[in-house]
Design a protein around this ligand. Structure first.
Ligand code: PLP
Length: 401
């Protein structure tokens, strides 16, 4: 044994999507042509304003350490963004900036969660939430919603999950992996439950805010119910909205006391977010915003292509997602069937492996997000790949007996 690992490392396992990515890489290394419907990031270029901001930063040579809670320009840009897009008014000391929303979410949990604390996670969920809660020493409490509920948590289900130990509701709309977006009225109903339980704090992850389709209007909990403002941390980032994942810049607005502790947490791990990412984020947040709707329309077209293909496959069944960039497709109809090589498809993991091995299409099994038998297919891929990938999935399904 090289070293005795810390017990906290056994609280979570390598993510199934990482295992799937490794399998894709192996097949590619063997020379196989793989169509990847696994992307978790948009494929647009960074906005021109963001690029220019980086060049200007370089010219000014402002590449030193940044304040732990973010540069003043960044916090001002975030302040303006929350007001403009969400009607939320935060003071500058109510804003935190980190290396992606992932770090901001992590800081919030690490700063507040003790052993015995519970965090409610509506599922299907982004696989990082439970692991972050566990790393912080808390217990994830899942509230699952099926396809018949459009993958959205009902107010009664939230009410039933709340205990005296509930510290957080972790909330994400539009969500990963389902793309389900809650309407104002649906948020209103959840807010009514939360008003009855003042000890519950709300961590909303709004990263898919601008990836929203069919005229759906995005709303966030602190906006729908201003009485929740004082116990909500609203997280977001430039990653998905502006297709700037690699800049690693996320942010949050929330109660001053929580934001201060999140900064303390960050000060001993990574300190201030990178100067380049923040400058680019300021450029994007303060720049023209009309590209957001154009990009959403582009993604919506690609969604429709993949949707039509998957829904036509024997044994598969899906609904159109309201937002994000994924279709969460039911595959109950292929479970129990036999592949041409004699293998029986027993789980959604078996099915995704079958798709990969037989027709070279990569998707992620629903198990990774807490709900089976489903799989997540991303429509961030060139249209030609969506068409060909969709046709190959149909062929693979038709070959089952
Ligand atoms: N939240 C959700 C729901 C996500 O799917 C992701 C990325 O996949 C993130 C947060 C992290 O985004 P970032 O750290 O790039 O802001």
């Amino acid at each position: 044994k090289i070293v005795e690992f810390a017990p906290r490392m056994s609280r979570f396992k390598a993510s199934p999507s990482q295992i799937a990515s490794a399998r894709v890489r192996d097949l590619q290394a063997e020379g196989r042509d793989i169509i990847k419907l696994t992307a978790g990031e948009p494929d647009f270029p960074a906005p021109d304003n963001a690029k220019r901001a980086v060049i200007e930063l370089m010219d000014r040579n402002e590449i030193q350490y940044t304040p732990v809670n973010g540069t003043l320009a960044m916090r001002q840009a975030v302040q303006a963004k929350f007001k403009r897009d969400n009607g939320l008014v935060y003071a500058l000391d109510q804003i935190a900036v980190g290396s992606g929303s992932k770090q901001v979410l992590f800081n919030a949990l690490m700063a507040t969660v003790s052993s015995g604390d519970e965090a409610i996670i509506p599922g299907p969920y982004w696989a990082s939430y439970p692991d972050m809660v566990k790393l912080a020493g808390g217990t994830p409490v899942f509230v699952m919603a099926g396809q018949n509920e459009k993958f959205k948590m009902r107010p009664e289900a939230l009410e039933a999950a709340i205990t005296a130990q509930t510290k957080w509701l972790m909330f994400c709309s539009p969500g990963n992996p389902t793309g389900a977006a809650y309407s104002w009225d649906e948020l209103r109903a959840l807010a009514d439950v939360l008003l009855r339980h003042p000890h519950v704090h709300i961590l909303t992850d709004d990263v898919y805010e601008h990836l929203i389709f069919d005229g759906h209007k995005f709303a966030t909990l602190a906006q729908v119910e201003p009485q929740l403002f004082d116990r909500t941390v609203t997280c977001n980032s430039v990653s998905k909205a502006y297709s700037m994942t690699g800049f690693r810049c996320g942010y949050a607005g929330g109660p001053k006391e929580i934001i201060a502790k999140m900064s303390n947490m960050q000060s001993q791990s990574t300190a201030g977010a990178g100067a380049v990412g923040q400058a680019a984020a300021v450029g994007a947040l303060n720049g023209p915003q009309d590209l957001l709707a154009e990009r959403a329309a582009n993604l919506q077209r690609r969604r429709d292509i993949l949707f039509e293909k998957l829904n036509g496959a024997e044994g598969l069944n899906c609904d159109l997602p309201d937002g994000a960039m994924y279709i969460f497709c039911a595959c109950a109809g292929v479970i129990g069937k036999m592949a041409p090589d004699g293998r029986v498809i027993e789980t959604d993991t078996d099915f995704t492996m079958y798709l990969l091995d037989s027709v070279g299409v990569a998707v992620v099994q629903g198990e990774a997000y807490g709900l089976s038998p489903y799989f997540r297919a991303s429509f961030v891929a060139p249209e030609a790949d969506l068409i060909r990938g969709g046709d190959l999935v149909r062929e693979a399904c038709a070959a089952l007996s």
